[in-house]
Design a protein around this ligand. Structure first.
Ligand code: FAD
Length: 473
């Protein structure tokens, strides 16, 4: 028996479920097909669980340092089962929230694997979707007017490097560890690798990061990456950069050993576990792409600026289309896609205005171009930099490492990029995002009177520093 919908969303992750809610608000008849759990990677294997663990690590570290604040405690210990319980409780609360949002929006949720079968019998309508269940229940057929592919991504590995889930883990496996290892080798110094390095070092784990490139966090401004590396080294993280692990050399006994090649030299590393964080690949297999004219490039679904694929009634958003693989990007893309379906003429997203955040300690947040990218694009620029050391609230917090760097176009004064490394960077970056959206100049940021004492004062000071007229530095 088939049922008709205006929109069927394949995948109920952050991108998919937000798109479904917006579509329902716009009066569309919507269904979501989710093979696992609503909330997807971000809620169950990404943003939320990792931030819950990072927060426990931060509390542990702060408790150890409580004496610096005049607070005397006995030596704190970690009960990792409780750390995991807290994480699970947060996930469950948010998961229930998403489920009730589906009910509120009268969105039908099908718990099965969705596949596009091809042109429907109601041609020129779009492809029929079949939903397959693991419990042997008969497939459901849905005939939607539009389809949104939001099937997300999964961890990838290196050629010949087998992730076994215990000794050699992906980030999915690491999130559900029952106990902390004493030592770990993290392969990949990108966002996920650095968040784990910071968290595990704060938990007291001996961490070595192996990064293929010469810079950790390769998409960040060089000065920011250097500062993160310096601060993580201070807490004991060891970095091997410009280095590659040799997967064939891995030996797994009680511990994991691997050879790492750097230039002409090879050295052997041994640790309790290895975490492979070398990127993510799109979930495009078995969803029926071959039954459509949809194009795939470098493993990702190709779309136009409104997220339409080559089949104008099939849209795709989120991690499955590549680009900035972030939860807020996926959900905003989902909103633009369904507004386009509903004909409300949404604005295409300007990705230069979207902030990306790293929740390590120190935190990192940035929007727009790095200094290196601005140089490459030929901009003559002005750069203002201000340190948290001169910000009263940062000293009050006991977290005065890091800085804000603002880059503007020398000719037009337009903001080109804002980079923060330091306390609450991820909460503060939205001011810079808003400034970019409103086309503000550093002068306008400096005219925004920032309350005292707050960490946000650093934004005003860094903006003044662009003209060399900062007050406290
Ligand atoms: P997903 O969230 O992956 O959702 C896709 C959904 O589709 C899944 O639920 C899957 O089960 C389902 N699905 C797949 N195929 C089918 C099918 N054929 N039929 C039915 N269902 C299907 N981003 C941030 O912005 N901030 C962070 O702090 C952050 N931290 C992260 C930490 C980690 C460790 C990881 C791994 C990622 C993190 N991310 C973070 C990235 C973020 O999780 C993703 O960008 C985001 O989840 C992408 O959303 P999505 O909807 O495109 O895909």
């Amino acid at each position: 028996m088939s049922k008709e919908y205006d929109l069927v969303v394949l995948g109920g992750g952050t991108g998919g479920y937000v798109a479904a809610i917006r579509a329902a608000q716009l009066g569309l008849q919507v269904a979501i097909v989710e093979k696992d759990q609503l909330g997807g990677t971000c809620l169950h294997r990404g943003c939320i669980p990792s931030k819950a663990l990072l927060r426990s690590a931060e509390v542990y570290k702060q408790t150890k340092e409580a004496e610096l604040f005049g607070v005397e405690t006995s030596t704190p210990t970690i009960n990792f089962s409780k750390v995991q319980e807290r994480k699970t409780k947060i996930i469950n609360t948010l998961h229930q929230g998403v489920q009730s949002l589906m009910k509120k929006g009268k969105i039908d949720v099908f718990n099965g694997f969705g596949r596009i079968l091809g042109p429907s019998i109601f041609s020129p309508m779009p492809g029929t979707i079949s939903i397959e269940y693991t419990d042997g229940k008969e497939n459901t057929m849905i005939v939607p007017k539009n389809v949104l592919i939001a099937t997300g991504s999964r961890p990838k590995s290196l050629p010949n490097l087998t992730i076994d889930g215990t000794n050699v883990m992906s980030s999915d496996d690491a999130l559900s560890m029952h106990s902390l290892p004493q030592s770990i080798i993290i392969v990949g110094g990108g966002v996920i690798g650095i968040e784990w390095a910071s968290m595990l070092a704060d938990f007291g784990v001996n961490v070595t990061v192996v990064e293929y490139l010469k810079q950790i966090l390769p998409t960040e401004d060089k000065a920011v990456a250097r500062e993160v590396e310096r601060l993580l080294k201070k807490k004991g993280v060891r970095f091997l950069k410009g280095a590659e692990v040799i997967p064939e050399s891995i030996v797994k006994e009680d511990q994991v050993s691997v050879s790492v090649r750097r230039g002409d030299t090879t050295q052997s590393l041994t640790a309790d576990r290895m975490l492979v964080s070398v990127g993510r690949k799109a979930n495009i297999e078995n969803i029926g792409i071959e039954n459509t004219d949809i194009t795939i490039e470098k493993g990702f679904v190709q779309t136009n600026e409104f997220y339409q694929t080559k089949e104008s009634h099939i849209y795709a958003i989120g991690d499955v289309i590549g680009g900035m693989q972030l939860a807020h990007v996926a959900s905003h893309e989902g909103i633009v896609a369904v507004e386009h379906i509903a004909g409300t003429n949404p604005l295409p997203i300007n990705y230069d205005h979207i902030a990306s955040c790293i929740y390590s300690n120190p935190e990192v947040a940035s929007v727009g171009l790095t200094e290196e990218q601005a140089k490459e694009k030929g901009f003559a620029m002005k750069v203002g930099k201000f340190s948290f050391k001169a910000i009263g609230k940062a000293l009050v917090y006991g977290e005065s490492d890091g800085f804000v760097k603002i880059i503007s176009d020398e000719k037009t004064d337009d903001l080109l990029g804002v980079h923060i490394v330091g306390p609450h960077a991820t909460d503060m970056i939205s001011e810079a995002g808003l400034a970019m959206v409103l086309d503000a100049t550093p002068w306008e940021i400096s005219q925004t009177v920032h309350p005292h004492p707050t960490l946000s004062e650093i934004m005003g000071e860094a903006a003044l520093a662009v003209e060399g007229i900062q007050i406290h530095g």
